[in-house]
Design a protein around this ligand. Structure first.
Ligand SMILES: NC(=O)c1ccc[n+]([C@@H]2O[C@H](COP(=O)([O-])OP(=O)(O)OC[C@H]3O[C@@H](n4cnc5c(N)ncnc54)[C@H](OP(=O)(O)O)[C@@H]3O)[C@@H](O)[C@H]2O)c1
Length: 255
């Protein structure tokens, strides 16, 4: 999928929400969706980062985006219901959601995982996307062809020592995708997961501080799969967990 070529107008007239759009893979996905014609809704925690992406989108000639500043740690069901209503009123539609925001938490022995840290990882990586999906489904179901993309990880497919709550949260994400994809079979909403694989971002640097980032693929390198799953070429693909870097997958590979 690294060599998928999206047509320039792949996402024309589509409205796509990206969580964690201010940095790393989410930032690149937002810019790329905008470059292919989408109106991108930028959701994230740090407003300055979202504003920078907003400006980049305008500078590259993409449709005017929108910003939703939201800390997924504190957000409640009502925040997501309000958000869905605002999107409905302002845009009248929603064609896709990339659930990309993620929290690494503390890596270390299972016995040492603190309850607060466990809750924080589960809140940001699992519960927020459960609540947001519930709130957004009516809008997604109303569009001719909608795509939900969750973000998994290698440690969400095979458990690995010291990856604790993060790994468990990514297993839960894979499970959420499978349950929802099965329920929405034969509807106009498709649901899939992407495992980005080792990618040059701040999160990766926090997980592997001794690694030379120059040895890693960049977010831009892995974007073809993100475009494929959001556009009409994947219209009949659902319930899949796809690797953005299939050539790099090794047994028991990290992150
Ligand atoms: N990079 C890799 O090698 C790799 C490998 C496998 C899976 N992944 C997954 O890929 C996704 C993107 O990761 P990345 O590497 O691009 O990480 P990143 O550069 O650290 O970006 C994470 C994004 O999530 C946002 N975020 C974190 N906590 C949030 C919160 N409480 N509320 C709202 N937004 C929040 C961040 O916003 P702020 O910047 O404002 O905090 C940031 O935009 C994650 O789900 C990660 O688990 C990454």
């Amino acid at each position: 999928m690294l060599d998928y070529h999206a047509s320039p107008d792949l996402l024309n007239d589509k409205v796509i929400l990206v969580t964690g759009a201010g940095d790393g893979i989410g930032r690149e996905a937002a810019l790329s969706y905008g470059a292919h014609g989408a109106t991108v809704i930028l959701l994230g925690k740090t407003v300055k980062k979202l504003e920078a992406v907003y400006d980049e989108l305008l500078a590259q000639g993409s449709p005017e985006p929108a910003i939703i500043p939201l800390d997924l740690q504190g957000a409640t069901k009502q925040h997501y219901l309000d958000m869905a209503e605002t999107l409905k009123q302002q845009f009248g539609r929603l064609d896709g959601v990339l659930f990309n925001a993620g929290h690494l938490g503390v890596l270390g022995p299972f016995e040492m995982i603190g309850e607060d840290e466990w809750d924080k990882v589960m809140q940001i990586n699992v519960k927020s996307q459960f609540l947001m999906t519930q709130a957004l489904l009516p809008l997604l179901k109303a569009t001719p062809s909608a795509s939900i993309v969750y973000t998994s990880s290698g440690v969400g497919k095979q458990g690995r020592a010291y990856w604790g709550s993060y790994a468990v949260s990514k297993f839960a994400t894979e499970g959420m995708m499978e349950v929802l994809a099965d329920e929405l079979d034969n509807t106009r909403v498709r649901v899939n997961c992407i495992n980005p694989g080792a990618t040059r971002t701040d999160m990766r640097a926090r997980a592997y501080p001794g690694e030379d980032p120059a040895t890693l693929r960049t977010p831009r390198d892995i974007i073809p799969l993100y475009l494929y799953l959001m556009g009409s070429d994947s219209q009949h693909v659902s319930g899949q967990s796809l690797d953005a870097q299939p050539d790099k997958i090794r047994p028991r590979a990290g992150q």
